[in-house]
Design a protein around this ligand. Sequence first.
Ligand SMILES: [Zn+2]
Length: 244
Amino acid sequence: MPFRNATEGIPYNSKPWDNPRTPHDPYTMPGSEHTRPEMSSEEIRAVFDEARRWGKKTACHVMGRTAIANVLEAGVDVLDHGVYLDEALAERMARAGTYFCPTLSAYDRQTMNPKFQRGEDWARAHSVLVEAHEKSFEVAVRAGVKIVNGTDTTGSYAEELELMRAGGMSAMDTVLACTLNAAEALGMADCIGSIRAGMLADIVLLDANPLDDPYAIEQVYLVIKEGTPHFPGALAVFERPNGV
Ligand SMILES: [Zn+2]
C-alpha cells in the first residue's frame, strides 16, 4: 500500500511555520477542533504492525478526537499532545494503559514565545489550541491516565511540571511522570525509573524539593549514572542551536 506523504508540496528548505499547509497546524482547519487526521486508520495500523514485528513501542503526536480515536484503536503505546481529548477517550486510555505525554508548555507558552520568530499569524492560529489543551489534560488526570513528562522540544521539563500541577496533578504524581511512568512508557521500568536493588543506579540529587517547587528539578546537585557520580560543574555544557 503506498503511503501518502503528509508534507507533499511543502519545500523542505522553508521553516514549517512559514507554510500554512504544514500538517499539525490549525491555520486552515475547518470545524470546532481546528485539526484533521493526517493518516488513515489503515496507514496507522500498517505502521504499528511493522513496529510490533520489530518489538518496538509506538508513540504518536496527535490532536483532535478523530485522530486520537484512530491511534487508540490501533493500540498506540504513548500519545503526545492529545489536544481535544474528551472523557470517553481519556477513560479508554486509562483502561488500555496508554501513556499520555501532554507537552503542555508547547502550546501554553512556547508556541507564542517570540524567540522562535514564528510571527503573529502563527501565534494567533495556535492560541486556539491552548484552552482546549488544558481542558484535555484535566480530563486525562481525572480519568486516571498515566502521565509522562515531555516537552516536544520547545519548553522545559520544569515548566511542564508547573503546568501539570496547575491542571490538577499532585506534586508526587508529577515526579512519577518524570521517573517511574516515563520508564514504564519506554518499557525500561526493570532497570530505570525507581530506586531499588538491581536497578542501573541512575539517580539525580537535587538542591531543592520538587514536591515544593517544580523548578527544583533544574537545581541539580549530583547525577549518578550507573553508579558513577558526576557533578554538573565538571561536565561540558552544550548550547542548543535554537538557544532554548
Ligand atoms: Zn508534536
